[in-house]
Design a protein around this ligand. Structure first.
Ligand code: C5P
Length: 227
């Protein structure tokens, strides 16, 4: 049984990472959260003064891309890999609404995408990998054996993200979470470089009205057919 590459793309908060983690675990594959990598760059930009209020010093960030080293380290207790920026675990810091507010702007920069896509392709060169993001089936691994495209209504997704943030103890307002989801959808689908789009050969899964179990069953069937 040879290993395959599984690419999972879709809008924000469609539950891509939940499915991807579960799949990787059951297949004994590596899971890579590419959104965490873009979030790490956004976090770097915010903490190094390249984003100040609404001003984004794009060329400053581009000049400093060489100083950004992103890595993943498996956390046994959590059962998945956490993201590190220059050796520091930033898993918690990158999930805030503040980072979510800037990440799509940073992710629209071609130089940023180029750097991260190269690293992602390197991580997947031996296959046996589940990777989620926005451009995995279209740009990073156009030859992936299985491509999924996840969708759900913006309200369903905002509701899920809101619950996640509240459960972590963040003080957020539902309307702001919904606004962020809609803004990211817009920027991600309208950017010039690698816009979010379903690959022709991707299988679309709308999980607005599916439980996690139902969804996982459908996807596992697809995986078994692709193996
Ligand atoms: O998946 P997550 O919501 O954490 O991704 C955060 C943001 O990173 C997305 O809204 C998108 O702007 C960007 N992203 C991207 N390409 C990817 C993964 C994420 O542009 N492959």
């Amino acid at each position: 049984n040879s290993k395959i590459t599984i690419a999972i793309d879709g809008f924000s908060s469609t539950g891509k990472s939940t499915v991807a983690k579960q799949l990787a675990k059951s297949l004994g594959y590596v899971y890579v959260d590419t959104g965490a990598m873009y979030r790490a760059v956004a976090f770097y930009a915010m903490s190094h003064g390249f984003i100040d209020g609404n001003h984004f010093d794009k060329s400053g960030l581009i000049e400093n891309l060489g100083r950004i080293n992103i890595s993943f380290k498996f956390n046994e207790a959590l059962g998945f890999a956490e993201v590190y920026l220059n050796g520091v675990n930033i898993e918690k810091q990158i999930r805030t609404l503040e980072v979510s507010g800037f990440v799509s702007t940073v992710a629209a920069v071609s130089e940023v995408r180029h750097k991260l896509v190269e690293q992602q392709q390197q991580m997947g060169k031996d296959k046996g990998l589940v990777m989620d993001g926005r451009d995995i089936g279209t740009v990073v691994f156009p030859d992936a054996e299985l491509k999924l495209f996840m969708t759900a209504s913006a309200e369903t997704r905002a509701q899920r993200r809101y619950k996640e943030l509240i459960d972590r103890g963040d003080e957020v307002v539902y309307d702001e979470v919904l606004k962020n989801v809609q803004e990211r959808d817009y920027i991600d689908t309208h950017r010039e470089d690698s816009p979010l789009v379903k690959a022709d050969d991707a299988i679309e899964i709308d999980n607005s009205n599916m439980t996690l179990e139902e969804q996982f069953k459908v996807i596992l069937d697809l995986v078994n057919k692709a193996l």
